[in-house]
Structures are given as C-alpha cells and as structure tokens.
Design a protein around this ligand. Structure first.
Ligand code: ATP
Ligand code: MG
Length: 283
C-alpha cells in the first residue's frame, strides 16, 4: 500500500487535504497524529513538516509526497516530480532595499544575501558567475537588511506585500513554485499502478477547475456559427427539442472565456442559457 507524506500544518495542509477529498480520499486533517489510514483509496498518510517531505520520500519512508517545488529544489533529494498540483503558487525572488539603484545582477557581486534557501541561491549565483555571500537564516528573512544582517534577501514571495512592508523591492525571480506530487523513483510495480490511479484522479480534478457546464437553446440554423464560437472538448453536444426549429446545445467552457463566449452566442440567437458548476472531467 502507498504511503503519502503531506504537510502536517501550514499553508499546504488544507489544500492538500481538500485535493484528496475531491479525489474521494478522506484523510484526517489532524496534525496531532503522525500517521493515519485514508478512506476511499489504499493509502497511509504520514504528516510531516514540509522540510522533511523530500527526504522522507527519497528514503522510502513515504512512497510519495505533496510539497512545494521550492522545498524539492532546495533539498536536492532523489525524488521524481510526478505532477504539478495547481495550488501553493509562489516564487523565490531576490529583493533589495528600495533605496538601492539596481543595475542588474552584477549588483550582487560581493554582497551578503540572507535566505532560507541557500542551495537554490548558491546554484543560481554559481550559474551566473556571481560571487556573493549566502547567509542562511531560518526565519524572518525579510528583516535581515533592516537590522544590518544582510544587503539583500532571497525569499518566498506571493503577493509581494511583505517585501513592501519591509522596505524591499523584488528584482529577480529565480524560480516559480507550486505544490507538486513527488515520488520515490524506486517504487515497485504495484505501488506504481496505485500512483497512476491517484494521478488520474488528481489530473481530472485539476483539469476541471474553473470549468463550467453550459446549456442553451439555439435556433437550428445557427448550429454551424455556434460551433465556430465554441472550443469544446471535441465539439458541443446538440440535442433535438420538441420544437423542430430549435436545438439544445451543451458545452464545457472555462470560466476565463465564459462570458465572452456567452455574449457571442447570445448575439447569434442563443437563449435560456444555464451555467452549471462542473465537478469533474474524466477523459
Ligand atoms: P513547516 O512547519 O511544515 O516547515 P513552513 O513554515 O516551512 O512549514 P509554510 O509557510 O506552511 O511553510 O509554507 C509551505 C509552502 O507553501 C512553502 O514552502 C511554499 O511552497 C508554499 N507557499 C505558497 N505561498 C507562500 C507564501 N506566501 N509564503 C510562504 N510559503 C508559501
Ligand atoms: Mg518548512
């Protein structure tokens, strides 16, 4: 049976438990336990700090794990990134005090940079042939320049609000991160099959995010025009109505283009448009 390591508490815990729930897998959200059995899928769930998840998976203590890509890159453990999970988005960026007149990366030559991600930062500077001093600090990285511990910082940014509050300006994005599913590269056939099943469930959930099921009535003569407007998974479903001049058209649309498409469809005569939430797309 597969063992999955997930964050015991913190920013990824809730979304991880929610993704599993959408996939029909009930895991206790409780971080007071170290391990529990999930319902709805043959799975042990191991609750760890996110820092420890890459190593736990590399060692085979867990077969798979859900953790930020930033931790995977920092820990340099032997794990496969099996898929992106579409939550926990953030970036790791270099930021400098706002008074600095920043000419480009060369500014960092000889500077002290505080970070909790020394491995990623050293790799980045080495690749660009910049000689800077990487100071590892465990937390509150953003206050380091103000208290004189560093000239700049390298830290997680999501909205950028924390940087601004601390008088810093983001200058270079080094990596973009999101939560990923990682796997031990050496799991056996049976576990690999279970992992494939789990990934199939996750993929269908992620793909259906933001999708809506749209139904409308359309004059029969407008079918070709409607098909030209709609992307559709293959093509829209057209069903006859009792009134022979009209059809019912069903299509799945992404919410990003939903209103634009609906307006175009209305213009060609679509009416009685229903927009329904879509739970899952299974291809
Ligand atoms: P732990 O106690 O498990 O070590 P932590 O304090 O290291 O937790 P969290 O703050 O819970 O970590 O963040 C977990 C992950 O969430 C990060 O590694 C990152 O991938 C992601 N994340 C997304 N947005 C942010 C953000 N604004 N700040 C920090 N992490 C973020
Ligand atoms: Mg951590």
């Amino acid at each position: 049976m597969l063992t999955i390591a997930i964050q015991n508490k913190g920013r990824l815990n809730e979304d991880t438990v929610a993704l599993m729930a959408d996939a029909g897998i009930t895991a206790s959200a409780s971080h007071r336990k170290l391990i529990s059995d999930a319902k709805g899928f043959p799975l042990h769930v191991l609750y760890l700090r996110d820092d420890d998840i890459p190593q736990a998976v590399a060692m085979g203590v867990a077969d798979i794990g859900i953790v930020g890509l930033n931790e995977v890159l920092e820990k340099e453990q032997d794990v496969d990134v099996a898929m992106n999970l579409g939550f926990g988005a953030c970036r790791l960026s270099l930021a400098v005090p706002k008074a600095v007149d920043y000419p480009g990366l060369s500014w960092f030559e000889g500077k002290r940079v505080a970070t909790s991600y020394p491995v990623i930062l050293r790799n980045f500077f080495t690749e660009r042939n910049i000689h800077a001093f990487v100071h590892e600090i465990a937390g509150s990285v953003e206050v380091a320049p103000a208290v004189g511990m560093a000239d700049a910082i390298f830290d997680i940014v999501s909205s950028g609000g924390t940087l601004i509050q601390n008088g810093l300006r983001e200058e270079e994005t080094v990596i973009k991160s999101e939560a990923v599913l990682i796997a031990n590269p050496h799991i056996d056939e049976e576990k690999r099959r279970d992992l494939d099943k789990l990934m199939f469930r996750f993929k269908s959930i992620i793909e259906s995010k933001g999708m809506k099921y749209v139904l409308m009535n359309l004059p029969k003569v407008k079918i070709d025009e409607a098909v030209a407007i709609l992307p559709g998974m293959k093509s829209p479903t057209i069903l006859p109505l009792a009134d022979k001049e009209w059809v019912s058209l069903h299509v799945v649309l992404h919410e990003d283009t939903l209103w634009e498409k609906i307006e175009q469809l209305k213009e060609i005569g679509a009416s009685d448009i229903l927009v329904l939430a879509l739970e899952n797309v299974i291809r």
